[in-house]
Design a protein around this ligand. Sequence first.
Ligand SMILES: *[C@@H]1O[C@H](CO)[C@@H](O)[C@H](O)[C@H]1NC(C)=O
Ligand SMILES: *[C@@H]1O[C@H](CO)[C@@H](O)[C@H](O)[C@H]1NC(C)=O
Ligand SMILES: *[C@@H]1O[C@H](CO)[C@@H](O)[C@H](O)[C@H]1NC(C)=O
Ligand SMILES: *[C@@H]1O[C@H](CO)[C@@H](O)[C@H](O)[C@H]1NC(C)=O
Length: 420
Amino acid sequence: MRTREVIIGAIVGSVLLFVVGIVIGHYAIPKSTDESKSNVAYLNTECTTTTYDAEWDTYRNKYLQEAVESSCNKATCNTEDLPRTYISYHLNGKSIDIDGQLDDPAWLEVPWTDSFMDIRGPEYPKPYFDTKVKVRWDNERLYVGARMEETHFWGNITEDESLVWTENAFEVYVVPDGSLHNYKELQISVMNVTWDLMLKKAYIDFGTPCDKSEAFDSSWNSDMRKATFTDGIVNDINSTGTFWSAEWSFSFERLAQHTDRPAGKLKPDENEAWFFIFARPEYKYKVVNGKYVKDESAPTEWWSWQPLYTVNLHLPSRFGLVQFKKKMNDKTFKWEKWHLYRALFEVFEAEHKYKSINGMFIDDMSQLQLAPKIMSTSCVDLSVTLGDGNFTVTAISKLDSNLPQAHIRDDRYVWFTDRV
Ligand SMILES: *[C@@H]1O[C@H](CO)[C@@H](O)[C@H](O)[C@H]1NC(C)=O
Ligand SMILES: *[C@@H]1O[C@H](CO)[C@@H](O)[C@H](O)[C@H]1NC(C)=O
Ligand SMILES: *[C@@H]1O[C@H](CO)[C@@H](O)[C@H](O)[C@H]1NC(C)=O
Ligand SMILES: *[C@@H]1O[C@H](CO)[C@@H](O)[C@H](O)[C@H]1NC(C)=O
C-alpha cells in the first residue's frame, strides 16, 4: 500500500514537473522564426530596452578570456582580434556583366570570402548550405557577387522595398565612412526582389525607448544594378537545384550619401578598409497543394560571414572588414587604424555592460573589467569623458604618431580628429 502511494506520488510529481518544465521551456527558449531579429532583450529592434543579455556576457567573457591569455605588443596590435577580413581588388579596367552568373573573368580571378557560419558564433552548428561572396570595385561602383547553396527555390514577395529578409535572401550591410552611423543595408531574394535602406544608427543605439521609424530611412536609394541566377526553377516543387547567386553593384556616390565622407572622396582610397557584413537568412518550407509555403513554425537559420555572436545584424562594431586594393599581388590585409578601433570597441562594450548592471556609465576605466592588454597602454592611450548620461572614449595611437585621435560615443558613433 505504502509503496503504491509512493509510486503514484512519484508519477504524479514527475508529470507535474514535466508540464511545468514544458511551460517554462516554452517561455524561456527564444523563438528564432521570423521574430529572430527582435526576440532577445538586448537584440531587440523594437527599441524598447538596451538590456545586455546573457549572449552579450558570453561574448564579453570569451573575449576577456582570450585577452588575458595574450599580451599586447606593438608588432601585433593591428592584427590581434581582427574579425574576418577580405581584400577587394579594383577592376583595373575589366568589366562585370550583371546577369546573375558569376562567370566573368573579373570574378574568376579573385578569391571567395571564407564560408559563412552561424551568426551566433563558430561553436554553433556549421550551416548545412555553403555561402561565399566576392567583392570588387572600380572608380564609380562596388560589385558584390554571392553564391548560396540551395536545393529548393521559392519566394512570395514580388514588390521591391518590402521585408525581403522574411524570405530566403542575401544581405549586405556596408559602412562607407567608418563612423558606424548612416550605414546602408541591401537585401535581395531568390525572386530578384530587393530592399535598400539606410540605418541612421543601430537600433540599440537609440536608447530606451526609441522610435523605430527614426532608425531607418527606406527612401534612401542605392541605384543598384542587380540580377539573380538559380540552377532550378523558382516556385516549382518538381524542380530542384544546387545553388543560387546574386550579382549586384552600387555606386559609391549613393553609398556615401549622408556619411562623413568629404565630397571629393566618395570612393575608397586604396588600402582603406570598410566595415561590412554579409548574411543570409534561411527559412524552411512546406509543400501545400503542390506549392511551396514558408513554414512559419520552423526555426530560421541566420548565417553570416563574420559571426556577430548574437542573432542581430545591427551591431556594426562587430562586422568584418573589406580592404580595397589595386595591386592583385597584394594579398595581405594590413590596416593601420585597427588598433584604435579595437580599443574603442572594447571600452564601448564594457561601458554598456557596466551601465546595464550599475545604471550609469563611468569614467574610471579600472571599474570596467577591460582586458589587461587593452589597459597596458603599449598600443594606445585611452580615456573616457563623461557627459550628462553620455560618454566619449578617446584613443591615441602609440604606434603611429601620424594617426589622428580616435573617438567613440555612447551611441557607437566613431570619428577621428587631427592631433594638435
Ligand atoms: C532582375 O532585375 C533586374 C533589374 O530589374 C533585371 O535586369 C534582371 O533581368 C532581373 N532578373 C533576373 C533573373 O536577374
Ligand atoms: C509536379 O509533379 C506532379 C507529379 O508528376 C504533377 O502532378 C504536378 O503538376 C507537378 N507540378 C508542377 C508545378 O509542375
Ligand atoms: C504569400 O503571401 C500572401 C500574402 O501575405 C499569403 O496570403 C500567402 O499565403 C503567401 N504564400 C506563400 C506560398 O507563402
Ligand atoms: C553629453 O552631455 C553633455 C552634458 O553633460 C552635453 O553637453 C552634450 O551635448 C552631450 N553629448 C551628446 C552627444 O549628447
